[in-house]
Unconditional design. Sequence first.
Length: 257
Amino acid sequence: MEPIRVILLPGSVLPAGPAYGGLLEALGPGVDSVAKDLELYGGDAPPPDWSLDTEADGVLREADRRGWDTFHLVGYSGGGSATLALTAAHPERLRSLALLEPAWAGTWDWSPEHRELWRKYDQLEGLPPEEFMPAFMRLGVRDDVVLPPPPPGPPPPWMAKRPAGIGAFIRTFKSYKLDRDRLAAFARPVLFILGGKSNPDDYADNAGRLGRVFPDFRLEVFPDRHHFDPPHRIEPQRVAALLREHWARAESGAPEQ
C-alpha cells in the first residue's frame, strides 16, 4: 500500500519545521509528508510580484519534484489562504484539503464585524516591528484571551522578516480574486479546524462562509485553542487522528456522514 502523500504549508510567522514538527511526528508511519516553507521568505524581502499564486506554484513545484500527480494539502493561516488559491486553480491535483484557520478566504458575504476587523488590519501598516507583532496577534484572538509575553532572549533571525511578510499577505488579500465558483466545484473532502478562542469575526466567519461553498465540508472546533496556540501544535495527536481519518475517507471515496 502506497503512503499517503501530504504537503503542509505554515502561516506567516513560524517556519514550517517548528510549526509542524509535533504534528509530523504524531502522524506516524504510512504518511509521506513534507512541511514546506513559504516562498515569501526565500529572500531578504518579499518579492515585489508575490501573491497567493506564488505560494500555490511553489507547492506544485514541490509535488512535481517528488513525482506526485495528486496529494493531500494542509494549510494554516496565511498558508491556508494559499491552499484555497491552489484549490481553485488546480483542483485536479488535490485528493483532499485541510484548512487550519485560513487567515483569509475570499471577500464574499463578509459580516459587518469581519469588514471592521480588516480595517483594523489595514491600520497595522507602518507600525514599528516592536508594535506590529503584538497588535497583529491581538487581532487574531477573542477579546478575553490573554496572550503570553514574548520568550526571553533575542528573537530568532527569521523573525526579522515577519512584519514585511505579514504585510505582503494583507496587501494581496485586498486584490486577490478567489474564485468562489471554482471552490464550489471542488467535490473532494474539506476539513476545517477552528480554535474556539480565535477571533470569531475572522476565523469562525471564514469557516461558516466556506461551509456554505464546499459540498463536502467538515468543521472541527477545539474550544480551548486559539490562532497563536493552534491545535496542530498544542494537540498534535488529536489533530493527527482527525487528519488520518480525513485522508482515509478521501482515499476511499466515501461521502461525509
